[in-house]
Design a binder for this molecule. Sequence first.
Ligand code: NIG
Ligand code: FE
Length: 391
Amino acid sequence: MTSTLFHNIGQLVTNDPEHDGTKLGLIENAALLVEDGVIAWAGPDSDAPTHHIKKKIDAQGKAVIPGFVDSHTHLIFAGDRSQEFRARMLGESYTAGGIAHTVEKTRAASNQLLTSIAQGLFNEALQSGTTTIEIKSGYGLTVVDEARSLEIAQALSDETTFLGAHVVPVEYKKNPKDYVDLICGPMLDAALPFSKWIDVFCDKGAFSVDDARTILKAGMAKGLLPRLHANQLQEGHGVRLGVELGVASVDHVSHLSEKDIEALSASTTVATLLPGAEFSTRSPYPDVRPLLEASITVAIASDCNPGSSYTTSMPFIIAIAVREMHFSPEQALWAATRGGAKALCRDDIGHLVEGARADFCLLSSDSYIHLAYRPGVNLVEQVWRDGLHIK
Ligand code: NIG
Ligand code: FE
C-alpha cells in the first residue's frame, strides 16, 4: 500500500460540510492522507495520523482544492474560427451557423490530427487543474465521423457524449427530418460503444424541442444517459424538456423564465452555466442568484470549443463567474468542482472525502479566493490525479 501525507496545508477545501458547516468544508492548517489513489483522511494537521505513513509532503502553508471537474467540452475538432471571433468583437453576433465551418475541417482531418488536437487541449486543461473532463462529439455529423470522434474522446476520458444533434449538416438542410432519423438509427448505433451520454443542442438554428425529445429518448432507450444544451440563445422549452426527461444537466441556460426556474427547483437536474460562451460571444451574462435562491444545483464548465468558448481554463471560468454572474468565490469554486461532479452524476470526484479519488490541486497562494482575485494567472502549482503527481 502507498500512503502519502500532505501536511502544513494552509487552507484545505474538501467540499465536505461535515468540517465547518459550509459547502466548501474548509479546514485551516490541514493535512490530507492519500492511500492507493484515494483519500483516506482529511482533518486538522494537529490530528494527522502518524502510523504507516510512507511519504510526507509539505504544502508550505498553501491552499489545496479538489481538482476541477469540467463537465462540458467539445474537444474533438480541427481548424479554428479566429476570424469569426474577430468579426464578433467588431460587432457581428454569434449564431449556431459557424459550427458548419468546424464540421468541414473535422471531416477532412485524419484521426491522428484529431487525436493530437484533443490530447493537446486535454493536457492544457490538466495544467490548469482539470482532473476530470467530459468530451462531446458533434463536429463530425456523419455516422463515420461521429463514431471516430467518440472513439478518440474515449481514449482520453470515460465521460464521453454523443452530440450528433449539434446542428443539421448542410447536406440535410432540405430534409432535416431525415437527419433526425439518421441520428436515432445508424449514427446512434455507431456511437454507442464509445459513449456514456447523449446530448442535443436545442436552440434557435439547431434542434426543436420535439426533435430533441425524440433524439434523447432514442439514446436513453439504448442505455445512454441524457443531458441537454438548452436556452443558450433564447428562451424556450428546452429546460422544461430536460426536467421532463430527468436529464443530469441542462447546459448554458442563459435565458431562463420563472417557469424554468420553478421546474429546475423541483427537480434533481443540475443547471450548468458556461461563462466562457458569454465572454467569447459578447452576450449578456446570466445572473446565478435566482438559481441559487431557488436551491438549484449549479455547475460551471469551460464549454471549450473553437466557436463560442475557446478556453480550457477553469480558473478563468471561475473568475468570470464571480465578476460577471454574481457567484461568490466559494460558490464558483464549488460549482467548478462538486457541481461539475453532480452534473456528471459522480460521487467519487469533486470532493476530498474518505474513499473519494485523490484528485486535487496545490495552489501557489494560501487561499482559493485568489482564483478569482488574480484572473488570467495560473495559480495551479501541482496537480494530483488518482493520487499520482501529474503536474
Ligand atoms: O456549447 N451551443 C452549442 N455548441 C457549442 C458551440 C459550438 C460552436 O460554435 O462551434 C456551445 O457553445
Ligand atoms: Fe456546448
